[in-house]
Ligand binder design. Structure first.
Ligand code: ZN
Length: 260
């Protein structure tokens, strides 16, 4: 297998170089406070790159798409789910809407028929790690990072899908994510509008969160599955689809060259 040469992000290279300089300063007898300040100076930038979902420092993250039409991209994370996904597909059909499902690999492995059904109904399947390790993805070792990406790719491949897009759990990245994605022909997609559905107490609250932020070219982050409150599951997406229809927004899957 030919391994692509992919550069490390400039932010990471500069941060490591600055830390190395700090160490050399310390060895050379510089004031310890100066060496320590130099050592920790890159950390705020690294933390920003890792933990701010829209930050571009470590990996290019697409946060909207270019369009002069009244259209948005609905992205539905954390499935597939045997209860929710079929109902969401019916809702999308009813509205003539298309969406991208960012699925978890181990769930896809349990329900390959749902992955195939998503595609058969005209929607897209994307990559959302294999086990959704939202608390530990950022600090995973290189082998764990590779396993999260490759095991989900294998599960989706079993269902006949080769995803183009990746979204890290809760938007938190990894120092080596840019390189790991490039090696697998994946690109990182964030969002414009976070619906807050995973914490909302009602479907109406989801619409209240999305409505004022919706604009042409927006990527809307939605969820499915048992982590949502019972009254929000599927119903939040139903109300968002109704709101989009009322305001004349088509729900589309943008082309790759539209992403920004
Ligand atoms: Zn997720």
């Amino acid at each position: 297998m030919r391994v692509k040469a992919v550069k490390l992000p400039a932010l990471l290279v500069v941060a490591l170089a600055t830390k190395a300089c700090a160490f050399v300063l310390w060895l050379a007898g510089a004031k310890p406070a100066l060496a320590a300040a130099c050592f920790i100076a890159p950390d705020p930038f690294l933390l920003w790159g890792l933990f701010v979902p829209s930050a571009q420092g470590l990996v290019r993250v697409f946060t909207h798409f270019a369009t002069n039409r009244r259209e948005v991209w609905l992205t539905i994370d954390d499935g597939p789910d045997p209860e929710d996904t079929p109902r969401i597909l019916d809702l999308l059909d009813r509205h003539g809407a298309r969406a991208t499902f960012f699925v978890i690999g181990e769930r896809a492995a349990r329900h390959p028929e749902l992955i195939r059904e998503i595609v058969r109904r005209g929607h897209e399947v994307a990559h959302h790690t294999h086990t959704h390790p939202h608390a530990t993805f950022w600090c995973a070792g290189p082998a764990r990072l590779a396993a999260e990406l490759d095991r989900a790719l294998a599960a989706l491949g079993e269902a006949g899908v080769k995803p183009r897009w990746f979204r890290p759990p809760v938007g938190i990245k990894h120092l080596l994510l840019g390189r790991a994605l490039a090696q697998r022909d994946l690109r990182c997609v964030g969002w414009t509008v976070r619906s807050g559905d995973s914490r909302a107490g009602s479907a109406a609250a989801v619409v209240r969160q999305v409505a004022p932020r919706l604009r042409s070219g927006a990527i809307v982050l939605l969820h499915e599955g048992p982590r949502l409150t019972a009254s929000v599951r599927v119903q939040g997406i139903a109300l968002v689809l109704e709101m989009c229809a009322q305001r004349g927004f088509a729900c589309v899957i943008p082309r790759a060259d539209q992403l920004r």
